[in-house]
Design a protein around this ligand. Structure first.
Ligand code: G3P
Length: 218
């Protein structure tokens, strides 16, 4: 069960990576835009922080995506760099080429089991079904995770299911329960994973009682 953060906000990533619970980071053009920063400055800082797996999205035609993917891998290292491509004929062609060179590829914008099957055949390391965006359109996003994970399991496909576009903590648990290998989430969702009202209440009581114990023993 791996947890990735879905953001390009480096200070927030740094804070949560220090917990030892974060396995990687996914970015996309929208998240980079929101950061207001040069994407390669963001990637470099994440590499320097020691983030083990960083998804960097490429755009454009096949030639541009393939060249950009190869350049990013050369600049930031094969271990930490994952090239993110869209699930289109062009994106999957690039996935196939990069995978032949043992470059990790994350095929994004997956909305059907059929797309995930094509991405796996193109050699993807990860497929990213967009749970929340499926839910936004009145279908079951988590069912998509389940369907993809099932077919991969039954056919012993090595491509991992990276559940993306999550909206809340319940989605996180369910995504893993339904066979997702990795879940990427906004930092706000990760922060909520720690929280439970009964934990807060229980801790308050324990703290109070402990003070009582100390008052008797001193
Ligand atoms: O990793 C994909 C994710 O960033 C999309 O999330 O919330 O824009 O649907 P969202």
């Amino acid at each position: 069960m791996k947890i990735f953060l879905d953001t390009a906000d480096v200070p927030t990533i740094k804070k949560h990576f220090a917990s030892g619970l974060i396995d990687g980071v996914t970015t996309n053009p929208t998240l980079i835009m929101k950061s207001g920063r040069d994407p390669e400055d963001v990637y470099q800082e994440l590499v320097d922080l020691g983030i083990p797996d960083i998804s960097m999205e490429v755009v454009g035609d096949t030639v541009t995506m393939a060249a950009e993917g190869a350049r990013l891998v050369k600049k930031f290292g094969k271990d930490k760099t994952t090239i993110k491509v869209p699930c289109t004929p062009d994106g999957l062609w690039v996935c196939k080429q990069l995978s032949k060179d043992l470059i990790k590829v994350n095929v994004t914008l997956i909305f059907s089991q059929a797309q995930a099957i094509l991405a796996a055949k193109a050699g993807a390391k990860y497929v990213s079904p967009f749970v929340g965006r499926v839910d936004d359109n009145s279908f079951g996003g988590l069912c998509l995770v389940k369907d993809i994970a099932k077919v991969f399991r039954e056919h012993m496909v090595r491509t991992e299911v990276l559940a993306a576009s999550l909206r809340g903590v319940r989605d996180v648990g369910r995504a893993f329960e339904y066979g997702g290998d990795i879940v990427t989430m906004p930092p706000g969702v990760f922060e909520k994973m720690y929280k439970h009202i009964l934990t807060d209440q229980g801790l308050e009581l324990f703290d109070k009682d402990w003070k009582e114990v100390q008052s008797h023993t001193q």
